[in-house]
Structure formats: structure tokens, C-alpha cells
Design a protein around this ligand. Sequence first.
Ligand code: NAD
Ligand code: TYD
Length: 370
Amino acid sequence: MAGYAPGPGGRNLDVTILVTGGAGFIGANFIHDWIAATGETAVNLDALTYAGNLESLEALAGDPRHVFVRGDIGDRALVERLLGEHRPRAIVHFAAESHVDRSIHGPGTFVQTNVNGTFELLEAARGYWSPLPGPDRARFRFLHVSTDEVYGTLRPGEPAFTEEHRHLPNSPYAASKAASDHLVRAWHHTYGLPVVTTNCSNNYGPYQFPEKLIPLMIVNGLAGKPLPVYGDGMQVRDWLYVRDHCSAIREVLERGRIGETYNVGGWNEKPNIEIVHTICSLLDELRPDPAGSHARLVTHVADRPGHDRRYAIDARKLERELGWRPAETFESGIRKTVRWYLDNADWVRNVQTGSYRAWLDQNYGHREHA
Ligand code: NAD
Ligand code: TYD
């Protein structure tokens, strides 16, 4: 924005943002989207856990608008140094442990990163923001990326989650994200930190690690391996194409009301089994298998403990206040996604490392066929 007085470092606050978790699925898509849409610099702080992958950002190699820093959001001294050096106008906070099944096997890292890590980040942000000069202080935002899973589960026919729905988390992952939402809310109410929170539904699209439903089904289908559907497969999720999520975050960052929460959804409620069959049909069309339809690989396995039956997001507040609606239908988004996995076999091969295979053994090895 023009008209800002330069900060003490001599640079305006308005040309840089700090993104946490930008080497993960949504964060990497967001960095590509952000630089293409705004031309601004994104400083990307990511610990490169199993879910972080710099190959997802390869197209930005050598571009000075992407500054990668390997580190933990819980390392307050590091975050303080980055904020002081780069003087961002916003923090967009994606970094998290994000996989429900992993949170069932090992909840400790979820509490560590999602709760303690968010606390440390909020404190560093507060220390940076409080002494900023007036216009920079007014301009700064802390955008917290959260999930619809904090709201718990819905029965068939119940209205979709609005922003007023109580937090009723059921998995260790959901509970840790709910805790982080509460911290963010409290840092606004108590200290005045200018926060906005987004709670989005299930994302899908390029660069998603193949431990989540859609990429797992694509890569297993291509390899002729079983497609493990938990329980009866009638659990319902609301699917959001990742680039639509990115555009929603840009809108909320620029025009969202401070202290508010915005739900982001794709208006695409579908049972898992339907998603799996759609992927099978697309694979049959785009990469036919001489052994027969990919649907022959569908295998019902033991259900996830405490499995939430249905999530549905009511995203009308975002539409009413900021005019945002998703651009993709599920049909257009899933076709793009399957094509992306077909066209990026190297990316897929490189993430299927030894630790990925160990995870498949841990999560699927003990599941009897249902
Ligand atoms: P992801 O697991 O693909 O990526 C998370 C990234 O955070 C990785 O790059 C990882 O290395 C990094 N990270 C983890 N711990 C860190 C730490 N302590 N310090 C710094 N970096 C760390 O996750 P995603 O699917 O991209 O999700 C991003 C955010 O969106 C998360 O906060 C998640 O809760 C939320 N969300 C995701 C979905 C979805 O469908 N994927 C839906 C709703 C909300
Ligand atoms: P997932 O992609 O893990 O996202 P979330 O649990 O955050 O919604 O799972 C989406 C749905 O797919 C969920 O209902 C669990 C189900 N699922 C399977 O049926 N089989 C699988 O192998 C996986 C990973 C998920």
C-alpha cells in the first residue's frame, strides 16, 4: 500500500509476509498463488517435517520473492529475529501437524506444534506488533488457518457449521486445532493483536501428501494397490479445491474484519465412497489398466477410532461480507487434481520414501478387511 512511512529498518511493512508451514500442501499452494497474485515476497518458515517438501516450491527456485527458512514455529528467538529482519505486514499461519490418523497414533507432536507452537508464534507476533508505529500497527494482521474439524461432527440433515457453532472437537488433531483457535481469539481480546481466523473444509489438489484420502487413492490406484475405505465409506466431507482456499485467504487477509472467524468451504458435500469411485472412473479414462476397472481395488477396512461422520461448512458469511465463492466445482477440481498426479510422477515418487512406507505399515498393517 502506498503512503506508509518506512519502519525503523528503512523498509515499508507492506511488501513482505511471513508464512508458516509453506512447504506443506496448502502452504506451498498459497506461496505460489500469493507471489503470482501480488508479486510480494513471502518468507517461508517451515520445519520440514515428513509433510514439508521443498520440491513443491521448485518452480520458485532463484526467485527472490520466496525466502525459505528452515525452523520451528516454537523457536521464539528465531521467529523474533525473522520478524525484526523482514518486517512483514502479516503472518499467515499454516504450520501444523495435520493428519487425524497420525494424531491417533501419536498425539504428543500435535499438542507440541499446534498448541505450544501457536502460543510461541503469538507471543513473538505480539512482541513485534506492539511497538510498531501507528499505520504499520493498524495494517498488521495475524491470519490463523484452522479447520472445520474443531466443530465436531454432524448428523445427516443437520445444518452445516456456521462460525457460531461451538467448538466440539473429537480427535486429538481437532482438539489441538481448537486449542490454537482459542489462543488466537484470546490474544486478540486480551492484547488487541489484530487476528483473523479461517476454518476451512477438506482441501484437495496438487502437492498433497499421499497419506490423505484423495492423493492416497490416486497413487494406490495407479500402482494397482488396494484402495482402503474406512468402515462403510459413508462418512461425508465437504471438499474445497486448494487454490480456492488460497484466494479466500487472500480476501480475508485484505478485507476480513479483525477478530472475526470466516468459514471457507467448497459447497461439495460427498461421501468418501463416492469420491473413491469418481477417482476410479477418472483413472479408467485417463490411465486405463489392462487388468480392469480401478474400482476392483476398493477394499473396505476397519474404521478409524472415533471417526467423525459428517462435516459440512456454511461459507455464506465469507460470501456476504467479502464476495468470495469457490471457482471450481468438484468435477472440475478433481479432474485437475488427477491430471496433476499423472503429470508429476517424479514428485510422487520422491515423497514415497522409507518413512512413507513405514507410515503405511503403521496405519494400514493392522486393519483387517471389513
Ligand atoms: P501439511 O501437513 O501438508 O503441512 C504442514 C506444514 O507445516 C509442513 O510443511 C510441515 O513441515 C510444517 N510444520 C509442521 N510442524 C512445524 C513446526 N513446528 N514449525 C514449522 N513448520 C512446521 O498441512 P496442510 O494440509 O497444508 O494444512 C495446513 C494448515 O491448514 C494446517 O494448519 C491445517 O490444520 C489446516 N487445514 C488443512 C486442511 C486440509 O484439508 N489439508 C483442512 C482444514 C484445515
Ligand atoms: P483425510 O484425508 O485423512 O481427512 P480428514 O480425516 O481430515 O477428513 O480423510 C478424509 C476421509 O477419508 C475421512 O472420513 C477418512 C477417510 N479415509 C479413508 O476412508 N481411507 C483412508 O485411507 C484415508 C486416509 C481416509
